[in-house]
Design a protein around this ligand. Structure first.
Ligand code: FAD
Length: 406
């Protein structure tokens, strides 16, 4: 069976890897508008992942915890720093017993995280504050993951430099069309993993999916070694309101320090913004408990800018489009692409297996217990069907797609 995957970011590459690993004779074809993998939002080489700590067990927390376990096991080769510390303020910190109680409530195991008092934290991280140490937390290089994920895919199965302008279903086949509306290729199964682009391609068959663009900028700063900040730089990655990496000493004797990320809703601008660097400076100083007047010691050096795709409820959109046999999507990964992609690829594979087994319930857009890792309730909470039921009822026709003007 031939399967088309659109988009070579971490979402699409993980899906390709999962479909190939299943070894079920599937012929996977990857289509991407850029010349290679990880050239848009997944061009990020310093993405952090850790399980989520919440006051109660929410779907977001559960999906994140499950996803993080898989990412941590599978992508050890792409980890740049292992372990993440979440410092807590005096207001947040109650007692170690209280933290352990929270862990128990939401199912965080001692293998995943433990609490540190301020002395333990200082000796491990350089930060004299109590908090949570995520043992199963790390900073990942997304292009390295994408490259490795595609290593088993024959080169002739990668269609680079192919921008898809529209999709169309014809006689049980999903056709992908270029911007001149010529058919590039077709297959019974099409998986759209092209970030925000999913929205316009669904629009080409008359389906409106609510999604938001959220611009983000990660800043790299340069710091002089005789500055006030230099001795306060952390030795491990930190998270809180934003995140930062350990300070790194250059051969020049200066330090570099990465802090992220801005969260600019409804912007798709990929240019550098000075205001994002300013915001990131303050986030970094708060994380290490330093005073804001020292922000001038952080000189802007380099930055990474990307545009996240987000859903209305902050959960991803992973699963089939109801009543459109063989059409699946994996998008809306927001700020958690590294955390959710391995799990997302498992879920997509479970849907593909259900499709191949011709399970009628798939037509509703929900999966019933086909994945050992995901209870159907959790799978349903990320299904695109949660946003589409009303929209589909309003649609007039499936047979006349509205093609975008190229
Ligand atoms: C500043 C910043 C910081 C972040 N920090 C973290 C973090 O710490 N931890 C974390 O987990 N996540 C983080 N993220 C989020 C993470 O980077 C994203 O969730 C992830 O990269 C999204 O992957 P994707 O595959 O969905 O999208 P992309 O990587 O954007 O991939 C989509 C692909 O589809 C292709 N495409 C689009 N439209 C078409 C078309 N019509 N035809 C052909 N190809 C098409 C694109 O070229 C692209 O290659 C951060 C994001 C930003 C911007």
């Amino acid at each position: 069976m031939k399967i088309l995957v659109l988009g070579a970011g971490i979402a699409g590459c993980s899906i390709v890897h999962q479909l190939m690993a299943a070894n079920q004779g599937l012929e996977v074809l990857l289509i991407e508008q850029r010349a290679g993998p990880a050239q848009e939002t997944s061009g990020h080489r310093l993405a952090m992942a850790h399980p989520q700590i919440a006051m109660k067990k929410t779907k977001l927390q559960q999906f994140t915890q499950l996803g993080n376990r898989l990412a941590f096991q599978e992508w050890a080769y792409a980890q740049k720093y292992e372990g993440v510390f979440q410092p807590m303020t005096d207001m947040e910190w109650r007692s170690e017993a209280w933290i352990l109680e929270q862990f128990e409530k939401i199912g965080i195991t001692p293998r995943e995280a433990n609490s540190l008092d301020c002395h333990e934290a200082e000796s491990l991280t350089g930060i004299h504050r109590p908090g949570i140490w995520f043992k199963e937390g790390a900073v990942y290089d997304l292009p390295a993951i994408c490259k490795m994920a595609l290593s088993q895919l024959p080169t002739e199965h990668c269609l680079w430099d192919q921008k898809v302008g529209a999709i169309l279903q014809s006689k049980g086949q999903w056709q992908v069309l270029n911007t001149r509306r010529e058919v590039i290729t077709q297959a019974p199964i099409l998986i759209l993993a092209n970030g925000l682009g999913v929205q316009s391609l669904l629009g080409s068959i008359g389906i409106s999916l609510p999604m938001r663009a959220v611009r983000g900028q990660l800043s790299r700063f340069l710091i002089q070694k005789d500055s006030y900040i230099a001795p306060k730089l952390p030795r491990t990655a930190l998270r809180g309101n934003g995140y930062c990496l350990p300070g790194r000493l250059l051969h020049t004797g200066q330090f570099t320090w990465e802090i992220g990320s801005s969260y600019d809703e409804d912007s798709r601008d990929t240019e550098y913004w000075q205001s994002s660097d300013e915001g990131n400076r303050l986030k970094g100083l708060d994380l290490i408990g330093a005073n804001h007047p020292h922000q001038a010691e952080l000189s802007s050096y380099e930055s990474f800018v990307g545009v996240r795709s987000a859903s209305k409820d902050r959960l991803p959109l992973i699963g089939p489009i109801p009543n459109e046999d063989g059409l699946l999507i994996a998008t809306g990964y927001g700020s958690r692409g590294v955390i959710w992609s391995a799990l997302g690829s498992r879920l997509i594979f479970a849907y593909v297996a259900a499709f191949l087994a011709d399970e009628a319930r798939l037509r509703t857009g929900f999966l019933a217990g086909a994945s050992p890792e995901l209870e159907s309730e959790l799978a349903s909470s990320v299904s695109p069907a949660r946003f589409l039921a009303g929209a589909l009822a309003k649609r007039t026709s499936n047979s006349k797609p509205i093609l975008p003007v190229s």
